[in-house]
Design a binder for this molecule. Sequence first.
Ligand code: CU
Length: 748
Amino acid sequence: MKKLFFFLLLIPFCSMGQINHSMHKSTGKDSVIQKMTSYNYPLQSAKIKSGMAYTGKKVEYDLYVTDTMVNFTGKHRHAIAINGQIPAPILEFTEGDTAIIRVHNLMKMETSIHWHGILLPNKEDGVPYLTTSPVEPDETYTFTFPLIQSGTYWYHSHTMLQEQSGLYGSIVIHPTQPEPELKEYVLLLSDWTDENPHQVMRYLKRGGEWYAIKKGALQSYGEAIAAGSFKDKLKQEWQRMPAMDVSDVYYNKFLMNGQEKNYFKDAKPGEVIRLRIINGSASSYFTLQYGMSYMRLIAADGINVTPVSVSKLEIAVAETYDVLITVPETGAAELRATSWDVVGFSSGYFGNGPIMNAPDIPKLDYFKMMREMGSMNMNGMNMEGMDMKEMKMPSDTIPAKKDMGNMDGMNMNNMQGMSMGMPGDFNYNMLRALHPTTLDSTLKPREIKLTLTGNMLRYVWSFDFKTLSVADKILIHKGEKVRVVLTNNTMMRHPLHLHGHFFRFINSQGDYSPLKHTFDIQPMQTVTIEFEANEEKDWFFHCHILYHMMAGMARIVSYEGSEQNEFAKTGYKELKKEDNILYPWFDLSVHSQGTWLSGNISNNKNALEFEGRASWNGNYETETHLLRYIDKKQYLAFYIGVDYRKNKTLPLANKPNSKDNRRVFDAGFYYLLPMLIRSEWRIDHTGKLRLQLERRDIPLSNNFFFDFRVNTDREYAVGFRYMIAKPLSISTNYDSDYNWGIGLTWHY
Ligand SMILES: [Cu+2]
């Protein structure tokens, strides 16, 4: 009852935040608005890396990296802590200081720390095997760098998937110029899975359905029919697209400063406070909403911007935003960070007393998103320059497609206000630098085009269809004005991060385009960034979704002609190995009539596949293939293999090279047909041909799947399975050789 009462109270406040403030006559809230809008934030002094000097006050930190046990969900799990805590401690500096940070590795495996968004000498950037040596077990690495900037930043491990295990912390650098003195809080957002991150990565590689099942994001045929989206589902599969999703991983918890709920009771009634919000998650975007009114955004990625009021602020992975909020006169108001898949949220409560909750975000309507994505795809619309922020937003906020044509150059703020009646939803065009950010016109221009690409089915992510492991460096020269034009041809959003630089993120603010170190790019969107090449050596540029980076969506940006480090001399061999690791998986069915094993070991381009069937009365068949994907979309793979089978009790048991009795070498190719049907064309060493069609895991309902296989040897098989846990299904099948059976299937 109380809750409802305060929710009702909240409604007028919310709408007030959305309406033009000046129109309101004096209520208590106006003073709040005046208070919040009266703060001015200066342009930070040092943006350009000239005169980097180690002369400032020395500020020293010791960071002890250890294995630890945590319990976020009721289960004890391994994690990694710094100085015993997750998140790692806040590192605080003042601009001009020299940071001396000793990283002590007390674990059995190597580690690293990258200082995200900090401008520093190349060898202090902390990317192992690229700029910096990894910190070996029982060793200490001392980072030393002067701080030539101010603002909100963060740090995290850049070794494999350690960031997912808790290796992240905040950095706050206070400016030398005076800023309004406000109470401030750092809110570090993250995502937590009870699974070992390497198992998460392996599961994504195998394309298992469990995460989608848990999220209600499977988009089965049954659900499609119920939602009136059967044709769209067919169209999607005809285009060989898997179910679309905003995120890949199912998380058990979303955390703010390592907790689901945080109570900031020292925030005083009516007080304006500053929040330094950091998205330190491995792969989750968050939507931020405040229960009391709007938020006033004052800085993006550490740099002050022209303040703007927002009622909903979306933060991509690895971005930081500073906002001002007002603590309610009575009660505690919630600042809620909802994950982009709307699976969960974490909260901070500011003030004391009864809670004013932030609004709930409705569940995602996947079929609606599917329709919109499908129509974008089909029409090949020109989305350049458009802000597609609302693409992932649920429900009715998406403007009709016809409203979306010819919007280039239009101010999307107004557009959003008009079509959605929700002014104040954040989008990138609201970010306006305090001063023009245009680059020196005498710089030599260099334009680089990059396309974001990926194969969702095989979970290979890339630029221009090349993963880091097979890609050349992006070469630039000192003194150039580098423009990078990026087009996202994938169905997912990607937060891209450039190390060691701030770039202009070109938006509708023109000369006042904001400076950033990380930006989100939407499906089918084109984004331009530009920066002055004022550095040296080699820097990382990558998607900050940890699993996308580890699946290949990364590049090395290299200052040609500058001095090389030891890793460059080997062509960054160690670093490049990371996206091409072999991942194994298998499905084992034990049924009443026999047993089936389907196994796979694969990396980006190659796979070893095994198919085995055996009935309990001693018949068996095996097919083993070594295959290599040929085309960039990975629809086509050639293979060589062995077919070895002996069916003692079947009719053709004594006829050599028959479907029941065969020992042959074979070769052929797989080609993925529309509807995700895998066709297999093969010839064996006796010259016999076979064509086989197979489709596995057709989702009939949210956890019910159908398989079929048929070939020109007149063999066929059908199967159904009901998934009851990530590793387990109840299954039944019919095989033309082995008949009906029922049992269990174990998925690894
Ligand atoms: Cu990505």
